[in-house]
Design a protein around this ligand. Structure first.
Ligand code: GTP
Length: 375
């Protein structure tokens, strides 16, 4: 079976349901910054798994704002769908969505080309279905990819868990974890590490899981975490996330544990801000930008909690949760934010001026170009 490729610019686009209009973007000049980078060179995230496991739905919900219910009408993918999201998102990758029936033994399947430039391989398992066949396919896929490129991060999404009880979720995760690792041990592939996530497109779990996958691919992550730690400890803030605004993936947070509720609250805040901005912030002819340098929002909740959102770069927003009493020192928070923002810009500028030219430094350079130099 030959696997044709599909250029996303040529296929039908999906209407946007939910908070962001599809046209929501951040301006125009990414093309200039991309010079010298062919799309082939961009690091990839691969989405693989059996038919109907939910791959296309994940991609559409996370990166194209499709509403979960609309995924019911998605047709089966029969080509590799390459989605370049770098022009609208901090996540400067290509997402490659594979058809479920991909045949690794087909001579036209060029595993060297596909796996060489891959940063992460996400294997999606439908938890509502019998997963024995999926486990076999997982083993085949990861062992094949590992042989070509042992640096790939292997991520397993135990997907559609919205249909399972909490106990069932845990039991399924344990069982899949055990069997997948047993298969690897039998093949003497103990060094191949699999990470497991329970996901569903019907809640925030898919965004959280994708956040973790993407974070592993961001070379500046420790620096970003450090900056967030310094910022919150000097500002009386409880939790801070650095969000990619379009996808609502958080690319970094401070080192205190993430609880799902805080994350959801911050995601909802982004939706509210962009919704209000789209409705009341654009000009009458629809021109203008829903998210720009001026973007700032403060929401006081009825439980003495304050949510604070502010633009950091054209792709990134800082969203914080703090107590009302800490917010009395608003001037201090603003000053610290100013220093934080400056430091973030410097982090990415260092990437730009770095003389290194290996593949990984080119990746950071790519981030830097998109996130530092144009804000
Ligand atoms: N309950 C539930 N259904 C889901 C979830 N994600 C996807 N689905 C449904 O699963 C079905 C298959 O989804 P697709 O995204 O087309 O699956 P795919 O893996 O891309 O399928 P192929 O293109 O055939 O490989 C659709 O009806 C989706 O609505 C989920 O998290 N929960």
């Amino acid at each position: 079976m030959s696997i044709p490729y599909e250029d996303p610019t040529l296929v039908g686009s999906y209407d946007v349901v939910g908070s962001f209009p599809k046209s929501f973007g951040y301006g125009v000049d990414e093309a200039d910054m991309e010079e010298g980078f062919s799309s082939e060179e961009k690091p990839r995230i691969l989405l693989m798994g059996l038919r109907r496991s939910g791959k296309s739905s994940i991609q559409k919900v996370v990166f194209h704002k499709m509403s979960p219910n609309e995924t019911l009408f998605l047709e089966s993918t029969n080509k590799i769908y390459k989605d370049d999201i770098s022009s609208t998102s901090f996540v400067n990758f290509q997402i490659w969505d594979f058809p479920g029936q991909v045949d690794f033994f087909d001579p036209t399947f060029d595993s060297e080309m596909i796996f060489k430039g891959t940063g992460a391989l996400i294997f999606v398992i439908d938890a509502q279905d019998d997963y024995v066949e999926a486990l076999g396919r997982l083993h085949l896929t990861v062992s094949r990819a590992y042989k070509v490129n042992p640096d790939i991060n292997f991520e397993v999404f135990i997907h559609k868990v919205d249909g399972l009880s909490d106990d069932h979720k845990i039991a399924t995760q344990r069982d899949i974890h055990q069997r997948a690792n047993d298969d690897l041990a039998d093949a003497s592939l103990e060094k191949l590490h699999l990470s497991f996530y329970l996901t569903s497109i019907y809640d925030h779990s898919i965004f959280e899981a994708f956040s973790k996958v993407v974070q592993k691919l961001i070379p500046q992550l420790p620096t970003l975490e450090n900056l967030l730690n310094i910022f919150i400890s000097h500002s009386g803030i409880e939790k801070a996330f650095l969000f990619d605004v379009v996808s609502k993936i958080y690319i970094a947070t401070d080192s205190s544990p993430v609880d799902m509720q805080s994350y959801e609250l911050c995601c909802d805040m982004i939706d509210v801000v962009i919704d209000v901005s789209c409705i009341y912030g654009l000009l009458q002819d629809g021109s203008g930008c829903a998210y720009d340098k001026e973007s700032l929002a403060i929401i006081k909740l009825n439980n003495t909690t304050v949510l604070y959102l502010k633009e950091v770069t054209k792709f990134l927003a800082l969203v914080c949760i703090l107590r009302e009493e800490s917010f009395e020192r608003k001037g201090l928070i603003e000053y610290n934010f100013h220093c934080f923002r400056k430091a973030i810009h410097e982090v990415f500028e260092v990437g730009v001026s770095s003389p290194r030219c290996g593949r990984s430094s080119r990746r950071s350079l790519n981030y830097a170009r998109l996130n530092g130099s144009v804000v």
